[in-house]
Design a protein around this ligand. Structure first.
Ligand SMILES: [Zn+2]
Length: 188
């Protein structure tokens, strides 16, 4: 399979939200590890992050263009949410039926790490989901302005989230999950 991986933002003026941690650094930490995991399982990976852009629209447009031109099978956009510092948990967006199946699978693996399940949601508002030709998902891993989520993120680490994403996408966890300490924080 050929996966297009979009590490959200990281391309000024397309910068992520500033929570307790900066979204850009989180999406890059998780996305780069997910790419490595997919490669280790023998998949092809397309890194969709653009070089230089002048506008946010250009940044989003180039990500889609890269995935479309290279005929990726699945597009995966990785983000961290930001709201009012009180909201927490994981949600995954998709538009197509196939996209929603992939989204459900990825969501299940991330919430297994202890994050609250906010569900699979309709992603019609997201440019990258509307403008990619293949099944596409946008993962809001958790909230970067939530102390609860950032504490759990610090505990499980970016490797565990990346591993969960790859596990959800492929059905195989590239890293041995026994390497991770089970989270002590449980959110019901
Ligand atoms: Zn974002």
């Amino acid at each position: 399979m050929r996966y297009a991986i979009d590490c959200g933002h990281n391309c000024p003026p397309d910068t992520g939200c500033a929570g307790i941690k900066q979204e850009d650094s989180l999406t890059l930490a998780v996305g780069s590890r997910a790419m490595k995991g997919l490669l280790s399982l023998g998949h092809e990976v397309i890194d969709c992050r653009p070089g230089k852009v002048n506008t946010v629209t250009q940044s989003l447009g180039q990500r889609c263009l890269t995935a479309n031109r290279q005929k990726a099978n699945i597009y995966v956009s990785i983000h961290f949410n930001c709201f009012n510092s009180k909201a927490f948990g994981t949600e995954v967006f998709a538009i197509s039926e196939t996209g929603k199946e992939v989204a459900t699978s990825v969501l299940e693996k991330i919430v297994a790490l202890g994050f609250a399940n906010r569900g699979v949601k309709d992603g019609g508002k997201f440019y990258v989901l509307r403008n990619t030709d293949m099944p596409a998902i946008l993962i809001e891993c958790c909230f970067c302005d939530s102390q609860k989520d950032m504490d759990l993120f610090a505990k499980v680490g970016p490797d565990a989230i990346a591993n969960a994403i790859v596990h959800g996408l492929t059905g195989i966890a590239p890293l041995d999950e026994t390497n991770f300490d089970p989270p002590s924080i449980r959110i019901d």
